[in-house]
Write a protein that binds this ligand. Structure first.
Ligand SMILES: *[C@@H]1O[C@H](CO)[C@@H](O)[C@H](O)[C@H]1NC(C)=O
Length: 410
């Protein structure tokens, strides 16, 4: 008799029950690709060199056949190698049997409140969390920019290339991408494993992440704008305006999970150093503090009305944006208190349905933009505070309400 694999597993279970009686040894009914340990989009975007067909099915098949046993990282909130290194009892029990490690996390680790990452960073990835359902991580590959934010097992940041992530950037009004220091890296870093951003320091500790980097210019010297932009000095075919691949001044950020007693709220403090050879004729420098690129399914845009303290379908670019999945089960909202140093204009941008229709590349974007018009020579530090709420749409709405009421200005 030839048994299918399901029948064979059932048979094994029966045998175990017969032999074992009451002892519980293991359960092979556990789904090793469940969302606590695997996210297809994270996997495909984190390992672009595996050349897997860019579909959830192909990602899952690769994970189950190869990645899992090899100790690859299946999602932003859990990594078998870090998990087994974190706990000596697991190191002794499992060594490098990463399939057993993942299985242990699913059957025991989660209920024992164990965490699947190493504090302080591991192999080019730094993770912080609220200890239960929110995990934020930054990677060396992306210049210390946040390329993963997982809430309730859902990856909420798109990391397709070096222009996505949750990151800081700045440019001048008319030169846009032709002079555009970008935290995660340059355009031509594309989907590569490296970045032209130079990391100066990273500290990840419990609930706080702090980085200092010299960001890559989006367009490197000798390259040209290829996109269609409306700006006069940087249209299609315009050359990069810089002579260096990397902006030689720091972008600094301090990210903290937990605001006003809310463990699903995040404080994001950006510190831009503005100095050097910016174009002489600029009117203002605009700083994205920060911009969030979300996965393709976050297609529903809302605006939070700070006067009525309620969510609306439409609003102006002065109203905090919320992006959610259509069912409202997953959402992210942003609030940057008034009163910050922005002498031209501060707005919230939203761009939905960018990046085509591919599973890994499609994205939805929000940003918080501050503009400084009077820019003289010298070194300037521009510091901005932005709050990010994650959760269901209802959780995010009430989180924004709390923030707006308790932090009406900086
Ligand atoms: C901003 O960063 C600079 C270093 O790049 C530092 O000297 C300054 O103290 C920072 N400002 C704040 C408010 O953290």
């Amino acid at each position: 008799m030839v048994l299918s694999s399901t029948e064979w597993r059932t048979m094994q279970h029966l045998l175990l029950l017969l032999i074992c009686g009451t002892c519980v040894t293991y359960s092979d009914a556990v789904d090793l690709a469940s969302p606590e340990v695997f996210d297809a989009q994270f996997y495909l975007n984190n390992y672009p060199n595996l050349h897997i067909h860019q579909t959830p099915e192909a990602a899952k098949a690769h994970w189950l056949s190869t990645g899992l046993a090899a100790g690859l990282q299946g999602c932003g909130s859990f990594h078998s190698k870090q998990y087994v290194h974190r706990y000596p009892d697991l190191t002794n029990a499992f060594h490098t049997d990463y399939t057993a490690v993942v299985s242990h996390y699913l059957t025991n680790g989660i209920s024992e409140h164990r965490l699947g990452y190493i504090d302080g960073g591991y192999e080019g990835r730094w993770t912080i969390s609220n200890g239960k359902d929110l995990f934020i991580s930054a990677s060396k590959r992306m210049g210390g920019a946040i390329d993963s934010l997982v809430w309730n097992n859902k990856q909420m940041i798109n990391m397709y290339d070096h222009g996505r992530e949750l990151q800081m950037a700045c440019n001048s009004d008319t030169y846009i991408e032709c002079y555009n220091p970008t935290e995660a890296g340059g355009r031509d870093d594309s989907r590569h494993a490296t970045t032209h951003t130079q990391i100066q320091s990273v500290r990840a500790d419990g609930t706080t992440l702090e980085t200092e980097v010299h960001p890559a210019f989006w367009l490197r010297p000798g390259t040209h704008e290829t996109g269609a932009t409306a700006s006069s000095n940087c249209h299609r075919g315009s050359p990069a305006l810089t002579h260096q691949a990397t902006y030689p001044y720091p972008f600094w950020k301090h990210v903290k999970i937990g605001v006003q007693g809310m463990s699903h709220a995040i404080e994001f403090m950006s510190n831009f150093t503005l100095a050097g050879d910016w174009p002489q004729d600029l009117r203002y420098i605009q700083m994205e503090a920060p911009t969030g690129y979300m996965p393709g399914e976050f297609t529903t845009g809302h605006r939070f009305n700070t006067k009525t303290l309620s969510l609306e379908d439409h609003g102006s670019n002065r109203d905090p944006p919320v992006l959610s999945t259509t069912d409202g089960q997953y959402a992210m909202g942003v609030y940057s208190p008034p009163g910050q140093d922005s002498d031209a204009f501060m707005y919230y941008g939203v761009n939905l349905r960018l990046g085509g229709s591919s599973f890994t590349g499609s994205t939805n974007k929000w940003n918080v933009v501050f503009r400084k018009s009077r820019f003289t020579s010298g070194v300037h530090h521009q510091v901005y505070k932005t709050y990010i709420c994650v959760g269901t749409l209802n959780m995010v709405t009430s989180c924004l309400r709390t923030l707006v009421q308790n932090i009406p200005h900086v």
